[in-house]
Ligand binder design. Structure first.
Ligand SMILES: *Cc1c(COP(=O)(O)O)cnc(C)c1O
Length: 355
């Protein structure tokens, strides 16, 4: 039997080396061995974020990191703007809403990116933050974070970016692009298991954290930062996911970061082209807006059928989300996905159509 080809949008395929890296005894989290592990993991994420800022590690999925950001940077009544391009923009809204913030949402149709001018129009002098997703994982639309960062450069506003489904597969420059808070999680483009998320804050954001008067215990950035000095976390971290992330980062370094980015880009492009050539519609129409990590495919009323037929041919893809759940599915070229995997997927799609 041929091996299962996993083209998922998170949790993503786990390379053998990443799996084996977890085959270790328990590691007490106050030992020197642990400290070296934490240091190495956070150093790797720092490089991935292209930042000089410290990186905090949270034992939580990406949503936990989003909630931690809300708890540590905002107080009830704070005004924030959230552009919404699909389910993950919506997730940002849903995470922030219970905290009594004054949220202005800027809605865009599914499949499109956030328009810069329309988003800027929603910002006024009282707006404390622009909170947005880099890669909209429900559709495969990639927001132009560099352009947003440039536009916000000299404004007194926090720019907070969710790079959960991009960091590691799409280039992101925290410092050069004026991002004040950047976060990601372990189980997406890094190709490591779930359990950890990472948040970096610059000095401007730390200034806000210090002023904010909000209730928080587990997700307390000030306490996290104190412990960071000693290369430890406050509470028990997901140690074996850390081993996996360490190995995943090593794999990226060995392949070469630029090569990793090119592979993601090329895989997604080949996939898009191949699917279009079959006469099937893509969720993101414009190549220029499309994501290197997620491709949304429109198959009206046939989402389940395609997922099942692909699985019979050893290709596992991810379900559709939101109002188009029955009409679409998503293919991940996220993490350790090879050009051969993309070819297998296209062949299987062709085979299904010929049936
Ligand atoms: C997956 C994802 C999240 C949520 O992360 P979890 O780890 O599933 O909690 C948030 N934002 C984006 C863009 C995502 O792709």
């Amino acid at each position: 039997m041929t091996d299962l080809v996993q083209m998922l949008v998170g949790p993503t395929v786990l390379p053998d080396r990443v799996r084996k890296a977890m085959d270790k005894p328990a590691i007490p989290h106050r030992t020197d061995e642990y400290r070296r592990l934490q240091h190495s993991v956070l150093d790797g994420i720092k490089k991935l974020f292209k930042t000089e800022n410290e990186v905090l590690m949270l034992t939580a999925s990406g949503t936990g990191a989003l909630e931690a950001v809300v708890q540590n940077l905002f107080e009830p009544g704070d005004k924030i703007v959230i552009p919404i391009t699909g389910n993950f923009g919506e997730l940002l809204y849903n995470v922030a809403a219970p905290y009594g913030l004054d949220i202005k949402r800027v809605d865009f149709p599914m499949g499109s990116v956030a328009d810069l001018d329309q988003t800027l129009d929603a910002i006024d002098e009282d707006t404390k933050a622009l909170f947005m997703v880099h890669n909209e994982s429900s559709t495969g639309a990639l927001n132009d974070i560099q352009a947003f960062g440039e536009a916000l450069k000299d404004r007194d506003i926090l720019f907070i970016v969710d790079a959960v489904s991009s960091a590691g597969g799409v280039d992101i420059h925290m410092d050069d692009w004026n991002i004040d808070v950047l976060l990601t999680a372990s189980q997406k483009a890094l190709s490591a298991p779930p359990g950890l998320s990472f948040v970096a804050l610059n000095d401007k954001a730390w200034g806000v954290v210090e002023e904010v008067d909000n209730q928080r215990f587990y997700f307390n950035f000030n306490r996290d930062r104190e412990h960071l000095k000693d290369d430890i976390t406050v509470h028990t971290p997901a140690t074996h996911t850390m081993y996996a992330v360490q190995e995943a980062l090593k794999l990226i370094e060995e392949e070469g970061y630029d090569q990793v980015l090119n592979r993601h880009k090329q895989n997604a492009l080949t996939l898009r082209q191949g699917i279009q050539d079959m006469g099937i519609e893509l969720l993101v129409k414009d190549h220029a807006d499309s994501s290197p990590t997620v491709t949304g495919v429109m198959v009206p009323g046939q989402s389940i059928y395609f997922q099942e037929e692909l699985l019979k041919r050893n290709i596992q893809v991810s379900w559709g989300l939101g109002p188009i759940a029955d009409d679409s599915f998503r293919i991940g070229t996220m993490g350790a996905v090879s050009p051969e995997d993309v070819d297998s997927c296209l062949k299987a799609m062709q085979d299904i159509l010929e049936q």
